[in-house]
Design a protein around this ligand. Sequence first.
Ligand code: BG6
Length: 492
Amino acid sequence: MAQLIPVDTFDLIIFGGTGDLAMRKLLPALYHRDRDGQVTADSRIIAASRGALTRDKYLAMVKKSLQKGLPKGEFDAAHWKSFKDRIHYVQADALAHANWGRLSKLLAGHEERVRVAYLATAPSLFGPIATGLKSNGLITTNSRIVLEKPVGRDYESACEINNAVGECFSENQIYRIDHYLGKETVQNLLALRFANSLFEPLWRRGAIDHVQITVAEDLGVGGRIEFYDRVGALRDMVQNHILQLVCLFAMEPPSSLDHDAVRDEKIKVLRALKPMSVDEVRSSSVRGQYTAGAINSNTVPGYIDELGGDSSTTETFVALKLEIENWRWSNVPFYLRTGKRLSGKLSEIVVQFQDVPHSIFPEQKYNVTPNLLRIRLQPDEGVQLSVMAKEPGPGGFDLRPVSLDLSFAETFGVGYPDAYERLLMEVLRGNPALFMRRDEVEAAWNWIDGIIEGWETSKQKVESYVAGSWGPPASSLLLDRDDRAWYSDDKT
Ligand code: BG6
C-alpha cells in the first residue's frame, strides 16, 4: 500500500454542499481519508448552500447518502460518530455576499489553517463566490480555491471566469479539477512512459501507426439531464478528460514531476492540436444521440424520452480524428470517442504500431497483425501488449497474436482509491501538479470552440444510435475510411 502522508489541519468549505458532487464524491472521499487517519482531529468540513437547513438535517442527508453510496460494509456507525462532528452547515447564497455572516463567524479565529473553498457549483457562480470570499475578508495567505470542471462553456466564458477568480486569488492558489488526473491508472501513464526506457524510442511517428482513445459509459445522463442538455459530450468529456489523456500520452518528457514542468509540456500538446476548418470538422467528427435500447438485457429509454422533451440536438456521443502538429506526432492520427449508453463502461488507450516493413512469412502475410499496446484505464485496469508468436506444431509456420497481460489488480492486490480522495489531499497539501493551469483550460477551449463552430456553421447532424451499441455507424466509418477499425468494440 502506498504511503499515507497526513495533511495539515484545514477548513474545507464546500459551496454546493447539498449537491450531487458533494454527496456522491466529495463527502465519501473525505470519509475514507478520515477513516484512514489522514485528517487531523481539528479539521472541519463546512458545507455551504442556499437552503435554510439545520445542521442536524444536513447531517441526516450526508449519512443517508454515505450509507447508500459507500461500497457495501464500509459505512461504520462508530466512525460516522466522529466524522459527523467535523461537518458544519451554513446557509450562504453565492449571489448575496452580505449574508455570509455565519460563514465568516465560523471561520473567524482560524486564519492560520489551510482554508480551501471547493466550488461544486455551476461555473457561472465561480466568479461571484470568489468575489464573495474576498469582500467578506475570508481569503487568507493559506487559502486555496478549487474549481470543478467545466470551467466555462467556451474560450470566452472560461477567460471571464479565470479573470474574475484571478482578481481574488493568485494562480498558484487556484486548483482546476479534472478528476481523470486523479485516477491511479491515468497517473500510471506517466509511470509507463517515464519510468521505463523501453517505450520512449517507439513513442512517435515512424513506430506508431495511430492511437485510439475510448471513454465509454453504459449509464445514461440520469438526474443531470438538465445540465447535460446544455453541455453535451464534447464539452462534458472531450474538452477536459479526453484532452488531458491526449496530453499525458503525447507530451515530451518533462524534466521533473514539478507541477509546472509537467504542465509546461501538456500545454505544448494543446497548442499543437491542428485546428479544424468547417469541412474538416464535417469529415473528422461524428455527433450522436442515443435512442431506446437494451444494456445488459435491461431496456433503457432514449435520450429524448429521458429529457421529457420533443427534440434536442445535444450530442451524447462524439467521435473525432485529431492531429498533433509537431515533429513527434506529425501524420499520426488520434481517434477519440466517448458516449453515454454505450455497450459497456470502458476507458482505454490503444496504440497500434506500424506493420512490419517486410514479411518473411509470405504465405502468412495476412496473419501478421501489427503489435498493439492497450492501456486499460477502467475497469480491469492494466496494460496489455500483443505480439506475434508461432503456434506450436511440427510443420508450417502458423502465426497468431498473443498477449503479454499485466493486470494491476492481480499484481498489486489493492483496490484503487477514488480520484477525488487523491485530488482533495493534493489540494490540502498545496500541490497543483494534478490540476489544470489557466493556460491549459483556455487552450483546450480554443480548440474545442473550432469544432463547435464547425458543427454550428454546417448544421452537422446528430446521428442516432441505439442504446447498448458502440455509437452511430458513422463512428465506425470514420476509421473505416482510413482502413482502420475501433479495437475496443469487441471488448465488453
Ligand atoms: C464527469 C462527467 O466529469 O465524468 C460525467 O461530467 C461522466 O458525465 C463522468 O459520467 C465519468 O467519470 P468516470 O470517473 O466515471 O469515468
